[in-house]
Design a protein around this ligand. Structure first.
Ligand code: DLL
Length: 445
């Protein structure tokens, strides 16, 4: 096992380092970022007010809307001449969010993704099949640099052309694969479809992230691909992949790179911290970034934190798997539910596959949720393609009851033919929201 020294520091030493990083970051933001200077001045904050880590609560929050409003470079603390890389995240509306890196930022990021790959099972002697998208998305290039830094041979296959991916896996014999969990499932499905055995490849470890996935999906992926599947977390605004990584030894929460990021969990309504172990919105402050020092960034991601020791020996704080995004939380007739909770229960239904989509529509003034699932190939063959077959009707009713009793939500269920839900190569689309169009058509604003 490769343990980086920053992963096993005692808390006192770590917190002393974090405080130094926080002071430096706050001063840099104040002196070099016009956005932060104004934000600090607006609340009468000056950098010399930071005496200990708890003083972080004197600082204002940063949100995605600030990056949009100050597009493209408004938050930057580095001049163009100091930048060596730009990335962007697409988002659902308007302009992308632009982020930048200095030479040192890129170095640090490579160090963090190298650590993440090692935490997930990669070793210097191995080969890494990197099927995250290369380009503006941080997944491809972020993990590429980490793989090389660790000493692995990286196959920069990027997304798409699944048949070619399978050939490369068969021929080059990588031990580790990186991609979104939904794409890993597509690769396994395609292997089965073409008469190959997905459990029989050289792959031993999967480093899956960039989208929410459930514990049940982990079991499906581990079982179908014959690997250990671990969760990697990150976001462009804070750095990219490598902010936190689950260890393959315990597979019990993601180790946060605390020497680079200070993590908090807040109640999104009151903005107050929640106790360790309770879920809330994750907030990160960068401690070493130069191009964009990120102060108390509200990620919109819901998770909890724990400082309990992990059996792998690392002492860093762990975050739970992301439960969902605050803005993906569905409120169905007053009940809050995340798509990942629905996924968790669906995987237990043997007649359907793990792909699903939630379609949000509107009937009159009421929101309506329809869950699209796919029946498995075997059942589909049995019912001779009659989707109104009594078995289908029974299955629909059973899923409806299951979600009603386990998640307390009433949804319509559409059981569809295998492969009728669109497959993704990057992040899976779990929610299709047609409400906006419906309200425009009906003149409801
Ligand atoms: O998705 C960075 C990344 C690349 C992470 C490759 C992991 C692997 P963005 O495109 O900026 O960056 O999207 C960030 O994706 O706020 C979460 O909502 C979601 N996300 C990322 N990792 C996970 C994960 C990359 N492991 C947004 N589980 C974040 C759940 C995740 N959601």
């Amino acid at each position: 096992m490769i343990l980086h020294k920053a992963e096993t520091l005692d808390r006192e030493t770590l917190e002393a380092e974090q405080l130094q990083g926080l002071k430096k970051t706050v001063s840099l933001a104040y002196e070099k970022s016009p956005f932060y200077k104004e934000a600090f001045q607006n609340i009468g904050f000056s950098p010399d007010q930071i005496h200990n880590l708890a003083d972080i609560r004197l600082l204002p929050f940063t949100e995605k809307k600030h990056l949009r409003e100050h597009y493209p470079f408004g938050l930057f603390a580095a001049g163009r001449e100091e930048l060596v890389r730009i990335h962007a995240s697409s988002g659902t509306s308007g302009k992308p969010t632009i982020v930048g890196y200095t030479k040192q930022d890129v170095e640090n990021w490579a160090e963090l993704t190298a650590r993440a790959i090692a935490i997930g099972g990669g070793t210097p002697a191995g080969i890494l099949h990197n099927a995250y998208g290369y380009g503006l998305f941080t997944g491809g290039l972020g993990l590429h640099a980490g793989g090389e830094r660790l000493g692995m041979a990286v196959v920069p296959v990027s997304i798409g052309n699944t048949d070619r991916q399978i050939t490369l896996i068969e021929d080059l014999q990588p031990e580790v694969i990186c991609c979104t969990p939904s794409y890993a499932l597509n690769i396994a499905e395609r292997m089965l479809e073409t008469g190959k055995n997905p459990r029989g490849t050289s792959l031993k470890f999967g480093i899956f992230g960039a989208e929410p996935w459930s514990e049940e999906m982990r079991k499906v992926l581990e079982d179908r691909l014959g690997i250990k599947a671990c969760d990697i977390y990150g976001l462009s605004e804070v750095m990219g992949p490598g902010v936190a990584m689950e260890c393959h030894e315990a597979q019990d929460g993601l180790h946060i790179a605390e020497d680079h990021f200070y993590a908090e969990v807040i109640d999104p309504d009151t903005l107050e911290p929640v106790p360790d172990g309770e879920s809330g919105e994750l907030v990160f402050t960068s401690l070493r970034k130069e191009a964009i020092p990120m102060i108390r960034y509200r990620t919109g991601d819901v998770a909890s934190l724990t400082k309990k020791p992990c059996k792998c020996g690392r002492t860093t704080m762990r975050m739970s798997r992301i439960k969902g995004r605050i803005d993906d939380m569905l409120i169905i007739r007053g009940v809050n539910v995340f798509p990942s909770e629905i996924e968790h229960h669906l995987i237990a239904v043997p007649e359907i596959g793990p792909h699903y989509q939630l379609h949000l529509g509107r009937r009159g003034p009421l929101d309506e949720v329809t869950l699209h699932v796919e029946v498995s190939e075997e059942v589909y063959a049995d019912i001779t393609m009659d989707m109104e077959h009594e078995r289908m009707i029974e299955l629909r009713t059973r899923i409806q009851h299951l979600l009603k009793s386990s998640c307390l939500v009433s949804v319509n269920v559409q059981v569809k033919a295998p492969k009728s839900i669109p497959r993704s190569e990057g992040k899976a689309v779990r929610i299709v929201d047609a409400r906006l169009k419906a309200s425009e058509a009906e003149g409801i604003s």
